[in-house]
Design a protein around this ligand. Structure first.
Ligand SMILES: [Zn+2]
Length: 336
């Protein structure tokens, strides 16, 4: 990419971001299939988007109804699936996706969705999928052997699925030349040999065996703790709560900065009420603390936040208000 192309793309992204922060949350931003952050480009491949089969009262037990009731501008159309009034009985909508990050000549995949052929008897919508994910990745210019790094922000089934694929009855690394970065705390927590009780319970069935162990056996895993510098622009940082090893990825380049915040939130309702934790948070109190810390930094510094499961335009900006935080603009990715 030439310097002038980079400059003009950066300029157009800065313009669309500036525009979006001054618009109301109901206004669609100018969009593109990628974001440019300094010298780094960001796009995504979407494995699926739609109902998670739970309403907010199930997905976010104990949530205050005021975080949902009437919040049309934050939640529709991309975060609720059904028609009708926005309440805790609406149907939650989520995306399963991978961020494609091109930085310093390398291709980095952030989170690995659900995967094909995985046996997930307790989560039927994740079981024995046959999606076109690898074709879609190829269409985005990413051949499996060209991937340099795979990052699992944490080791839940919907973040490690494409770590592996089924070949002649065996699970093999889907990205044969990649280093896989995994949080050490999650490797310890989810290792079946340790017998931990988790809120995922049987929902974690088979994940270690089909999506973690084969990559460990191939010698492709680097476990990290605290923080991990990938290159001059990218740093993984611990952000526990959702799981013990849950992490975020900080991208800072050319004076721009964004945070990929993983599963620290799953819905804009968690911005409306930062205390709202999902049923998949292993430690809801710590998850709230982490969310509050991330939103505070993002509000103070004007950072774009890109969660793992946001459909729509992929992310948002926040500001502080009297009660906590509010969304003040959406990211500029093409909506899904
Ligand atoms: Zn997830």
């Amino acid at each position: 990419m030439t310097q002038s192309m980079t400059q003009s793309m950066t300029q157009s992204m800065t313009e669309s971001m500036t525009q979006s922060t001054t618009q109301s949350t109901t206004t669609e931003p100018a969009t593109s299939d990628h974001l440019v952050v300094g010298e780094v480009t960001v796009s995504r491949v979407v494995e699926s988007v739609g109902s998670i089969g739970m309403n907010p009262s199930q997905f976010f037990p104990g949530t205050d109804p005021s975080a949902w009731n009437g919040h049309e501008s934050e939640l529709r159309p991309y975060f609720l699936q059904d028609d009708g009034p926005t309440t805790m009985e609406s149907t939650s909508r989520v995306a399963m996706q991978t961020w494609i990050i091109r930085s310093a000549g390398r291709t980095i995949l952030l989170d690995a969705a659900v995967g094909n052929d995985k046996d997930r008897p307790d989560v039927p919508s994740w079981s024995h999928l046959q999606t076109a994910y690898l074709d879609d990745l190829a269409a985005a210019g990413v051949a499996p052997e060209s991937v340099d790094i795979v990052v699992n922000t944490h080791l839940h089934a919907d973040h490690v699925g494409w770590n592996t694929r089924l070949v002649d009855g065996s699970w093999v690394p889907a990205f044969p030349n990649a280093e896989y970065l995994m949080p050490a705390e999650d490797l310890a927590f989810w290792d079946p040999a340790h017998g931990n009780t988790t809120v995922m319970g049987a929902g974690a069935h088979g994940v270690w065996a089909d999506s973690i162990a084969p990559v460990l056996a191939a010698g492709q895993v680097t476990a990290w703790t605290g923080s991990h510098r990938i290159d001059d622009a990218l740093t993984l940082e611990a952000a526990p709560g959702h799981t013990p090893g849950a992490s975020i990825l900080r991208l800072a380049s050319g004076g721009d900065e964004v945070l990929f915040v993983g599963d620290s939130l799953h819905s804009p309702a968690q911005v409306v009420d930062v205390h709202t934790s999902s049923c998949f948070d292993e430690d809801p109190v710590q998850a709230h603390r982490t969310r509050d810390r991330l939103f505070t930094e993002a509000a103070d510094r004007g950072l774009l936040l890109l969660p793992a499961h946001f459909g729509g335009h992929g992310g948002f900006r926040v500001a502080k208000d009297a009660d906590g935080f509010r969304i003040v603009g959406w990211a500029g990715l093409t909506a899904v």
